[in-house]
Every structure is written in structure tokens, then in C-alpha cells.
Design a protein around this ligand. Structure first.
Ligand SMILES: C[S@@+](CC[C@H](N)C(=O)[O-])C[C@H]1O[C@@H](n2cnc3c(N)ncnc32)[C@H](O)[C@@H]1O
Length: 395
């Protein structure tokens, strides 16, 4: 660990800001756990029986559940609290970022110049930032991933980094923002494919790199690359990695035209990325992944579970973000036939994968190892944060 200031924990929050952040974390937990449980009870005891009485069958999909639930006070309350908690999440950290922006920028410049971990940051002012990012503030984060307010700006990286801590804050050890997904995938790959000795790993849509770092920790001999279209998130990620002593190679590139050579990467991965892309973009990006993957290489992306893999009610709950959280591609992405999409990208059908990976940090090690080695089954089925759905394939 070097002694340069770490943008990842440099921000000073005032007393009132800390209180606001704790409130939002607890509020989110209350909405997503307790109120959600009440909402399910109303659905089971009232809404579904009423639907069955009227139609002689259960709702066939999430849209029918939504239509039946929309005017229920418990849904209206849950939904409006959830919406407001989302807005408040970013508001709870934004004033501190604005107040200390100069300091954050300076710390990022210092980290970049000192370069103690030897990582790299390649920015491209001509990169094409896609409409998926520019058209609206994805999940209501003001300024999205790309807006710049000052020279060498890192504000959006900071808002995302500190905001996600508030976002996951109430959920204890089961759900953490710092790299749980990548820690789970990387450890899974290491156990499931002991012969794989990756030289190069690529993470798409890496934002500030929380889910990129763990690949370097699990595979210290590999070069780890992250691409994103947002310069401020990449600057922040680079400075954070340097201060943490983790060598990362960040590039401002569009995943549709990433520009890396054919057969270049041993592992290609991403987390929470594809559901924010329009389906035609997803298809183009997956083709690029196939092209860049070495023969024998593995692609594994963490995402929301497909519609066909979860029950109708859970689909209704998950798809909320598509309607109210500025994530308009959510449902269409989840409705994809993943095998067909992967085959369309170039993968042989028998080499496609859809794997549920237990969360590494909160699953007993023996259970994790047994699942990864194919010697045991997953004890807990779904539930974001406890089990990660992944899709991909081997070339
Ligand atoms: C929800 S964030 C991903 C979060 C991140 N992987 C993590 O685990 O913390 C989606 C990211 O994808 C980036 N993105 C969107 N479209 C992109 C594209 N076509 N090429 C590269 N990055 C893109 C956005 O800028 C954003 O940083």
C-alpha cells in the first residue's frame, strides 16, 4: 500500500450527511425486505386469488402481475418509497463529492503520476458514448457515468463509489459493493478450471473497477483490463487501484468496438452491464467478445436472471427497475433466449454456459468449492446478492 491519498476513502462526510446516509441504507433495507414481504402477502392472499377467480388461471407473466398489483396501496407505497430511496441514495453523497471535488481530482492526479502499482489509464476523447448512457441518468444517478464538470474530473466515479456503499449499506455481510461478484466469479473459475492460467482478462463496463480488482487478486500473474465509456469513472478507478496497490489497465473504449486483437483474452467478464444495453447492442458486444476470446478461453458475465428462470411474481419484482429506475432495456434483456443469443455470437451450443455462482464471501467454503467442482448443488436458489446468475461460454 502506497502513501498517496486514496480516492476510495478520502471523502469526509459531515455529521448530517452520515445520518442521511445511514437513514437511506436502513430505509432501503426496510423497503426491500419488510415492505416487500408485506407486498407478497397481499399478492398471495388477495391479488392472486382475485385474479384466479376472474380469469380461471394464475397470471401468465410479470406484466399481468403488474397490472393486477398496480393500484394496490402496498405496491404504490413500496414503489414510491423505492423510487425516492434511489434518488436519496445519490443525494446523500453528492454534496460531499461537490465540496471536495478539487481534493479528489488532485488525489487522482497524484496517484496517476506516482503510479505505484504500475497500472495504466488510456483515455479517448473521441470515444463514442452510446445513447444507453447519454439519453438518461441510468438508475437515476445524476450525470450518469460520463458527465464531466472539471478538468481531470472524477466526480461520477466518486458518486458511484460512495453512493453504492449507501445503496448496499443496510444489508450486512451478504451484500457488499466491493467486488463480491468478481470475487465469486474469479474464485469459481479458478476452482472449476484449474488448468486455466490466464494471461489476459477483460472486464466490460467496469465503471470504477470494484468488480475488476478481484481478478488481479485471484490471478496475480494475469494482466487485468477494464473498459468503460465514462472517463470520470475510469480516472477514479485508476487512482483507487493505484492507491490500493492493484495493477489495473483501464481503457476508455466502447464495448461495441473495443479494438483489441482477435484471440486476445483468456477470460472476458462483466457485472451488472448487459441489462443496461439495448438488445441489438448486447448482440454486437457478445460477437466482439467471441472474437477477442482465445480458443479455450472463457466468457462469463454476471447478470439478472432470465425471465424464464424465475417465477412470475419474482419477475414482476425484478422488472420494477425497467419501469421506474431509468433502466429501459431491463425486461427485453431478461426476456432473451440466452442460449440462442450466445450461439448467434459464435459460441457452439454445447459450450454455452448458464451458471448460478454462490456468493463467495458469504457461502461456506466447502459448499462453494463443491458447487464450483460440480460435486455439489447450490443450497440457496435465487436472491440477488447470495447467488449470482452468470451466462457465457467457452471458445
Ligand atoms: C452498472 S454499470 C456496471 C457496474 C460495474 N461493472 C460494477 O460492477 O461496479 C454499467 C457501466 O457500463 C458502461 N457502459 C455502458 N455502455 C457501454 C459500452 N457500450 N461500452 C463500454 N462501457 C459501457 C457505463 O458507462 C457504466 O459504467
Amino acid at each position: 500500500m502506497s502513501n498517496i491519498r486514496n480516492v476510495g476513502d478520502l471523502l469526509d462526510h459531515a455529521h448530517d450527511e452520515r445520518s442521511r446516509q445511514s437513514f437511506v441504507s436502513a430505509f432501503r433495507k426496510r423497503i426491500l425486505m419488510d415492505v416487500a414481504t408485506d407486498m407478497k402477502t397481499v399478492y398471495d392472499k388477495k391479488v392472486e386469488p382475485k385474479f384466479v377467480k376472474k380469469h380461471g388461471r394464475k397470471p401468465k407473466d410479470a406484466l399481468e402481475v403488474r397490472a393486477a398489483m398496480r393500484r394496490e396501496p402496498v405496491f404504490e407505497g413500496w414503489s414510491s418509497m423505492r423510487y425516492n430511496a434511489q434518488i436519496m441514495t445519490w443525494w446523500s453523497v453528492q454534496p460531499a463529492v461537490e465540496r471536495q471535488l478539487n481534493e479528489l481530482i488532485q488525489a487522482a492526479r497524484d496517484a496517476r503520476d506516482a503510479n505505484p502499482a504500475g497500472g495504466t489509464l488510456e483515455l479517448d476523447p473521441n470515444v463514442v458514448i452510446p445513447r444507453e448512457v447519454t439519453d438518461l441518468d441510468v438508475h437515476h444517478m445524476p450525470g450518469c457515468f460520463h458527465t464531466e464538470y472539471a478538468a481531470d474530473d472524477v466526480a461520477q466515479g466518486a458518486v458511484y463509489h460512495y453512493g453504492t456503499q449507501v445503496f448496499y449499506g443496510g444489508f450486512g455481510k451478504d451484500v457488499k459493493p466491493k467486488g463480491d461478484v468478481a470475487m465469486s466469479i474469479a474464485n469459481y473459475l479458478k476452482l472449476a478450471y484449474p488448468d486455466l492460467k490466464p494471461q489476459r482478462i477483460l472486464d466490460l463496463g467496469c465503471t470504477a473497477g470494484a468488480n475488476t480488482f478481484p481478478y488481479k487478486q485471484v490471478y496475480p500473474d494475469a494482466e487485468v483490463h477494464g473498459i468503460d465509456v465514462g472517463a470520470p469513472v475510469l480516472r477514479f478507478g485508476h487512482a483507487w487501484a493505484e492507491a490500493e496497490g492493484i495493477q489495473m489497465h483501464y481503457h476508455q473504449r466502447n464495448a461495441e468496438t473495443p479494438g483489441f486483437p482477435d484471440n486476445h483474452f483468456d477470460i472476458i467478464t462483466s457485472s451488472f452491464f448487459f441489462h443496461e444495453l439495448a438488445v441489438p447492442t448486447t448482440k454486437r458486444v457478445l460477437k466482439e467478445c467471441y472474437r477477442m476470446l482465445k480458443p479455450g478461453g472463457i466468457m462469463l458475465h454476471m447478470e439478472l436472471p432470465p425471465t424464464e428462470a424465475t417465477d412470475t411474481y419474482y419477475n414482476f419484482v425484478l422488472d420494477w427497475d425497467g419501469f421506474y429506475n431509468n433502466e429501459p432495456h431491463y425486461q427485453k434483456f431478461r426476456n432473451l433466449d440466452f442460449t440462442k443469443t450466445l450461439v448467434g455470437a459464435g459460441f457452439a451450443e454445447d459450450k454455452t454456459e448458464m451458471i448460478r455462482i454462490p456468493n463467495y464471501g458469504s457461502t461456506p467454503r466447502e459448499e462453494f468449492t463443491a458447487v464450483a467442482r460440480g460435486e455439489g448443488t447450490l443450497k440457496r436458489e435465487h436472491g440477488l446478492g447470495r447467488v449470482w446468475f452468470t451466462f457465457g461460454g467457452r471458445k
